[in-house]
Design a binder for this molecule. Structure first.
Ligand code: FAD
Length: 494
């Protein structure tokens, strides 16, 4: 076995620079060389601006100052996602980044809330969740009454990549600009030996990280990992995206997802603009119709020409093959419905750091990495499918298709469990917890048949008192929050 002394990262989008920054931070560049190759001519995918709360851990791991990051990436805060028309036209619900109430007697609050809903002593379950209530009135702060608020960010993807690039270059990462035209494998073991640029320059390395985007330059084109296609359950295969000007008034502290005829439209508010896009299935609507729908549903003047992106939902069969690991779009694509792609990069990078090769490539290490990546992708996939499949909609061919298809067995089992007792019991490694599933399934109109038996032990009066107490606490914390726009303004102009 030979020492792994040089890592070559191919690609400088969000994935490439997140990997470069984290490896430079953890492994360092004193005894280990890191270089990143990116092509300005090819560019990056240029979308990917909504995140989920663990991004805070990634930035904290890098030691990034949060206020500096907010200023430099034109970020706003995100309390969750508002889903409009998903269950049925005219219906709205919210998926918050925080729990409902608090556990009673060791049992999650949702069981008591479900009993309250059944008994008619609880009505709107959003009243028991601070993030939902704050989103309704456009309020935000990172803490209220001394306790943390659940949040993530919306940020400008290009500015975030630049931010991380500066961070990584300061720590010794070498950047090479140029287009890779060839990948050379060792004839004996098939490991990647080097990549060749259009200029003729050859860049050799011991370990390669493929962050080349959808094309999967190393992991697929050179190493033929294979791709598992999930488009029968997640049939969207295109997105048309356009930024627009911010309307006068406050900046919403959440992402909005509006279901449309053959997919859904995102609205992601940044400080300086709003990101918009229509994710759609080309089997059910044409590109020009989707573009017209998007352009007719903007809150402000379009700031660029609409751009169409094509994708196939699924994942690379193996994220790590020989001496190459794929991160980001080269390792798979799940549509941005729950803003999970950047998180999957984060999860992959941290996992990789834990298993970083030192003196060679051990099959058990590679297998472990691949198993965990597979688990990340498949569990997120099921969560996304639930949004489409658990719906009352069948008013367009697209929605009728989604409602009526046969979902994966893993999701079927999960829905059956939820129906029977109001929880899905995810494993500790799963990204989406019971609260997330509860928010989505209730929002989509699936009310469990029953709840935990302990919730029945409380006398009626006691249940009412406890539910009222939680509502009062949420209302008191809400009253403590400023307007989101005012909060950001103070960070920008301290
Ligand atoms: P890219 O951005 O495509 O970067 C690829 C890099 O490889 C570039 O630097 C390119 O120059 C380089 N490269 C490629 N080929 C070569 C070559 N031959 N030679 C040299 N360099 C090369 N994620 C979220 O978390 N939240 C969201 O809200 C979200 N929204 C999305 C919306 C859409 C429509 C899409 C398609 C994706 C969205 N994503 C979202 C996913 C997110 O955009 C990506 O996960 C993220 O940007 C990472 O992309 P990447 O770095 O893997 O690829």
């Amino acid at each position: 076995m030979t020492a792994v002394g040089k890592t070559v990262i191919v690609g400088g989008g969000t994935a490439g620079w997140m990997a470069a920054a984290a490896i430079a931070r953890a492994i360092g560049t004193d005894h280990h060389e890191i270089c990143l190759i990116e092509s300005d001519a090819i560019g990056t995918v240029g979308v990917g601006e909504a995140t989920i709360p663990p991004i805070q851990d990634f930035n904290a791991f890098l030691g990034i100052d949060e206020d500096d990051f907010i200023r430099e990436t034109k970020a706003t805060f995100k309390l969750g996602i508002e889903f409009i028309n998903w269950r049925k036209p005219g219906h709205t619900y919210f998926h918050p980044f925080g729990v409902y109430g608090r556990d009673f007697d060791g049992i999650p609050f949702q069981h008591f809330m479900l009993r309250g809903l059944k008994d008619g002593v609880a009505a709107d379950y959003g009243l028991y969740n601070l993030e939902t209530m704050a989103a309704r009135v456009g309020a935000f702060a990172r803490t209220s009454k001394g306790a943390p608020v659940g949040y993530a960010y919306h940020f400008d993807a290009g500015l975030y990549a630049h931010y991380l690039r500066r961070y990584a270059e300061r720590r010794g990462v070498k950047r090479i600009e140029g287009e890779i035209t060839d990948v050379t494998l060792n004839p004996d073991d098939g490991f990647i030996r080097s990549v060749t640029l259009k200029t003729g320059a050859v860049v050799a390395g011991d370990f390669f990280i493929d962050c080349s985007g959808f094309r999967g330059l190393l992991i697929e084109q050179a190493l033929k990992s294979g791709y598992e296609d999930w488009s029968k359950w997640l049939p969207a295969d295109r997105a048309v995206a356009v930024p627009c000007a911010t309307p006068a008034g406050d900046i919403l502290p959440y992402t909005r997802s509006t279901a449309r005829e053959a997919g859904w439209q995102w609205r992601i508010p940044l400080q300086h603009r709003i990101g918009n896009g229509y994710v759609f299935s080309s089997a059910f609507i044409s590109e020009s119709e989707a573009t017209d729908t998007l352009m007719a549903n903007l809150d402000g003047e379009a700031l660029a020409e609409p751009r169409v992106l094509k994708f196939v939902t699924g994942r690379r069969r193996q994220s790590w093959v020989k001496n190459c690991v794929a991160l980001g779009l080269s390792s798979g694509f799940l549509e941005p419905l729950e803003s999970t792609s950047i998180h999957l990069i984060h999860a992959g990078v941290i996992r990789l750091l834990g298993l970083y090769p030192k003196s060679g490539f051990v099959p058990a290490v590679i297998d472990r990495f691949n198993q965990e990546m597979e688990s990340d992708y498949t569990t997120v996939k099921d969560f996304l499918i639930a949004h489409y499949h658990v719906t009352e909609r069948d008013d367009t061919p697209f929605w009728a298709y989604c409602r009526n298809y046969d979902p994966p067995d893993s999701l079927k089992a999960r829905l059956e469990l939820y129906r029977s007792c109001g929880q899905v019991m995810p494993t500790v490694l799963e990204l989406f917890k019971d609260t997330n599933w509860f928010a989505i399934l209730m929002g989509q109109g699936l009310v469990p048949d029953d709840y935990h038996t302990i919730a029945d032990r409380l006398p009626d009066d006691e249940l009412r008192l406890r539910l009222d107490e939680v509502r009062r606490q949420v209302a008191a914390r809400l009253a403590d929050l400023p307007r989101h726009g005012d909060y950001i303004a103070k960070i920008i102009n301290p």
